[in-house]
Design a protein around this ligand. Sequence first.
Ligand code: IMP
Ligand code: MG
Length: 178
Amino acid sequence: MPLPNIAVLFDENQIAARNRALAAEIAALAPERLLAVAVLKGSFIFAADLLRAMHASNLSPEVEFMHLSSYREATISSGQVEILKDVESDVRDRDVLLIDDILESGRTLAFAKDLLMARGARRVLVCVLLEKPGKRAVHIDADFVGFPCPDLFVVGYGMDVAHACRQLPFIGHIKGLE
Ligand code: IMP
Ligand code: MG
């Protein structure tokens, strides 16, 4: 049940169908020695579902996590990216799939992509659940996008407001919070 002050933007069925389509798009690029890297924390539910859809598309990625933070407790980006947890695997000559929740300013993903390319990755592909258009501060494009996202503060399906709302099975917008 949606909470009274949360408007559903994308429901469970829409998300599941999109995940299947994204997995097929990823498989079509025939990734080699694929390492999927979920960018914590906001991507954890998306990554879990996308990885299982990737399995259904006959992909067998290794899976790692990277915890990056640019937001702290605020809802406005500070512009700084900090590595709170790094990947443990050697990425040299491998295809890497970065999985994140939202591409907004692009700072977080540009930082992660540059870092993994500098470590010798063969290809770094970027897959985001949501893309907020017109907000980019640095040049980076996602290779795979779940949904275009209206310029609203969104929660659910792993995404939070001050650590709350991650458990919601849908993507919603808190009414009155831009
Ligand atoms: P950026 O692309 O570096 O600006 O950072 C995007 C990150 O900011 C995302 O991975 C989220 O963690 C966070 N973020 C941006 N917009 C929202 C939102 O509407 N709800 C929750 N988190 C958000
Ligand atoms: Mg994030």
